[in-house]
Design a protein around this ligand. Sequence first.
Ligand SMILES: NC(=O)c1ccc[n+]([C@@H]2O[C@H](COP(=O)([O-])OP(=O)(O)OC[C@H]3O[C@@H](n4cnc5c(N)ncnc54)[C@H](O)[C@@H]3O)[C@@H](O)[C@H]2O)c1
Length: 255
Amino acid sequence: MRLKNKITAVTGAGSGIGKAAAQTFAREGAVVLLLEKDEKAGREAEQEILSAGGQAVFYGLDISDWNAVQSVFAQIDKQYGGIDVLYNNASVFWGELDNTIDKLDVDIFEKIIRINLFGMMYCSKASLPLLRKRGGGSIINTSSSCGLIGIPGCDSYSASKGATISLTRSMAVEFGPEKIRTNCIAPAAIHTPMIYESDLNKSTFDEQHFLNEGTPLRRWGTAQDIANIALFLASEEGSYMNGAVLVADGGITVS
Ligand SMILES: NC(=O)c1ccc[n+]([C@@H]2O[C@H](COP(=O)([O-])OP(=O)(O)OC[C@H]3O[C@@H](n4cnc5c(N)ncnc54)[C@H](O)[C@@H]3O)[C@@H](O)[C@H]2O)c1
């Protein structure tokens, strides 16, 4: 029960890593607030946690809408009087629309940055007064291998994920004195619905070749692999972690 009765907000909790993290937090005793744009997925995730005996509440939220973010965090504040953990997990990877900047539609660049970067900033900004009310807490941001190394063809996504690392470091320094720790997880090749937006969907993609030649651990990562790291950062076990970028990619970016 590493998060017993902690109020934890997870964005994008209806799928993949966010859903696994929400379930993990709930198993550790947290009250999990599922902030999710996809109402069906969000309600299903809520129901699964409740059925397993956990505490969960779904909030329909598009993190790229600042007014909606403010309204949801005001509701949370009213209901719970603060939060202990914010997991900024939601993002989009629009494989068909993102591109190299010479071919990229500028509106697509703006939309992806608005969701992935502004959304993270909006939720962090709105959560800070709530974290302060609890005397501190943990913010977990989400970058990617794209934020660390050059990966061609997804320049909007890469820009958003690089900026996420920079903002994580600033926030760690700025809010550390208030006992608000900010860290970042940088995953790659995690087998969730998002990877079907990438090469996996292409008929030319040779999955076995990718696993054998591209992944030192010779396997996909799982959503649970990342949820375990989020739990560490959310809990007291990660109490001296601040400003860290935890690369969780099976060694892909060092190979
Ligand atoms: N899967 C990977 O290999 C991988 C690699 C690197 C980084 N990541 C990052 O991990 C995080 C989770 O990815 P995933 O693989 O679980 O993806 P996913 O697509 O399975 O889940 C993303 C969730 O976010 C939600 N979402 C999207 N836009 C939203 C918005 N505007 N407001 C609220 N919710 C929104 C979706 O509805 C979905 O439930 C993302 O930040 C992603 O960039 C994933």
